[in-house]
Design a protein around this ligand. Sequence first.
Ligand SMILES: Cc1ncc(COP(=O)(O)O)c(C=O)c1O
Length: 406
Amino acid sequence: MPFNAESALRANPPAPAQPWKGFPKYNFVGGHNDAASIPAIELAASVTSILGREGRDLATYGLQSGPQGYRPFREAIASMLNRRAGMKENQSSILVTSGSLQALSLIFDLFLDPGDVVFLEKACYGGTLSRLRARSVEYIGVELDEEGMQADALDEAIKQVKSAGKRPKMIYTIPTVQNPTGRVMSEARRRHILAVAAEHNLPIFEDDCYADLIFSGGRPPAIRALDEDGRVVYCGSFSKSIGPAIRVGFIAADWPILSRLLPLKTDGGTGAIEQMALTEYVATKFDAHVASLNQTLKIKAEAMADAIDEYFGAAAEFEKPQSGIFLWLKLPGSVDTSRLFQIAGAEGVAINPGVEWSTVEAYGKKRLRLCFANPSVNEIREGISKLADICHREFGVPQRSANIQR
Ligand SMILES: Cc1ncc(COP(=O)(O)O)c(C=O)c1O
């Protein structure tokens, strides 16, 4: 008799996954990157040279470097953060993780109990929101303006939570190239957010995986760079600056926090080969790589903005991306982007519906997130044209008008 797996599962298991059927023709979802920019040859050279020298260390968990990750890699990460984000790290303040998603899970596991309240930007990364919901943690979306999360609104939200007898527990922010809005928090705002956190004695979780993707000009210092109290725990990733399949991220934190995170990382260590592949590359070629990647992303961002202007006309509201890999698009209230996601997905155009990236349903329903990094400029134009057609057919938006040429 065939084994009935269903009857053997725990109570309330997750819904079953569907078999993967390949990417849709026009793929504007997720955090995929520009394929031609992947430095495959250089990554191979880095791993070959280190394996040739130190390959026998694969015989031990942790590569003779202990549970925080391959030591030369941690040194390269610390030096990159100090150079690019004004931080003051060294190898001992870094924990290498399997993607920054693992960093999110570890940090939330360490700090949060069911019923705790986390403050984050009103529009926020879906992977963060789902992890908080899974832990029965309440989250409160704080308004954003052009300088990022509003510090006064944050302060007010914390006070309200306190007066309702609930437990404010953490401020989570994506300050540099916010996902999905693309906003970059000003330095003044970073200091103000730090002051609010100090006032309420809360930790700040700074999720900074897009910070290298500012098309021109530098980035402000990390919030952790401005922190003198050790209250900021920082995470980064190579998913957006190199490629998401590598699955390597990192945490930077002071030892009182890092020493508590380490016992939670019970996976036997992040893969050695990917750490080796990145080590020499990050130490010697990273800055030139991201400068060139940013030029490519800028061209694709412009192509997407132009296509939306052309095919959606005045129906679409958005800020032309100056950084990152996403465009956050607002459509008129008659459009339900969750339905658009279903219908367009079935016709080969994949989008992220706004509700999954929002703390407020009515705000998210009119919005969608589009990733422009992976498709070609031609695919961007064709895909946006097709999306506009579907949206017109289903919701009457955009109305066919002179500024829509087909
Ligand atoms: C804000 C933010 N944090 C974390 C992640 C997780 O990325 P990864 O696990 O690939 O490093 C993402 C991915 O899109 C993200 O947007």
